[in-house]
Design a protein around this ligand. Structure first.
Ligand code: GUN
Length: 290
């Protein structure tokens, strides 16, 4: 038996279509349009691609979409001024400052300046706290997308043994909190975890977000486990290739032989992130409307 492929691309398209439908209904009934402001500082090539996709998808959903592209030399004060302007703008319901920020800008200070109710990334400490307390809050988009795919695949997660590999603030930690809120029994593993293979073999659910190509081999998995691969790693180009292949943090070929279900890379978790960003922005707009 080989694994079921979890089609994040199709699920994300469905979620985006539902957001677009609700956006049109909101506009027609109340004349309100969700507004998303994305701020990009500098010329990081990957960030430029991500921000371009966010802008395009927000427009496609019917949002008011604004992108502020600032030069790499922008001062922290100028960025904080822009955030303050966006906080006060009634047409903007969601603010996303693309990370990483250039060296010299204090990321924490910038994230702290965003109005928590407009924090569609869910990175503001107030929202991190709300999530930890189990209170309603905007939830970071990538782990939220992973949770949707898990529920779609498994239904109720109550009592499942879930392993999160990676402890970042953007993915690993919020993922663990979401799984806990869904009544899974959660383990967080990281670079100092001992005998990760053994820990992994106990898990019904494995979410991997470590940024290392092929880090989890099929041999570590419990047969039938549901595996969510958050990694997007570009390999060096093979002879004859212009660009290297994109691969995840899971060794796909061996995992495919053992897992019950598995997200591909690309086409698994990636498309869910922007779809959840749109959904978070629509929710922020609805909350602001009251
Ligand atoms: N950089 C990489 N992923 C993200 C994300 O989800 N949000 C923001 N703001 N920056 C990122």
């Amino acid at each position: 038996m080989t694994a079921q492929l979890i089609d994040g691309k199709a699920f994300a398209a469905g979620l985006r279509a539902r957001v677009a439908q609700r956006t049109a209904a909101l506009r027609d009934a109340h004349g309100v349009v969700p507004g998303l402001a994305v701020v990009l500082v500098g010329e990081d090539p990957a960030s430029q691609v991500y921000v371009g996709s966010k802008e395009r998808e927000a427009r496609a959903a019917g949002f008011h979409s604004v992108v502020h592209r600032l030069p790499a030399g922008t001062s922290e004060e100028a960025l904080l001024d822009l955030v303050a302007t966006l906080n006060a703008d009634p047409l903007i319901h969601g603010i996303l400052v693309q990370l990483p920020l250039p060296a010299g800008i204090d990321e924490n200070r910038v994230l702290l300046a965003i109005d928590p109710d407009k924090d569609v990334d869910g990175f503001h400490p107030v929202n991190v706290g709300r999530l930890a307390l189990g209170q309603p809050a905007p939830v970071p988009c990538t782990p939220r997308g992973c949770l949707m795919l898990l529920k779609e695949t498994l239904g109720d997660l109550t009592g499942r043994e879930a392993l999160v590999i990676g402890r970042s603030a953007i993915v690993g930690k919020p993922m663990a909190l979401l799984l806990l809120a869904a009544n899974a029994t959660v383990t967080i593993a990281h670079s100092r975890t001992r005998d990760l293979a053994e820990v992994c073999r106990r898990a019904d659910i494995v979410v991997v977000a470590v940024g290392r190509p092929g880090f989890v081999p099929g041999a570590w998995l419990k047969p039938g486990a549901v595996v969510i691969d958050v990694g997007i790693n570009r390999l060096p180009p093979a002879p004859g290739e212009a660009k290297g292949r994109l691969v995840g943090d899971v060794d796909f070929d061996s995992a495919f032989q053992v897992a019950g279900a598995l997200t591909p890379v690309p086409g698994g978790v990636g498309p869910m992130t922007i779809a959840c960003l749109l959904d978070n922005t629509l929710e922020a707009c609805l909350a602001a409307k009251g």
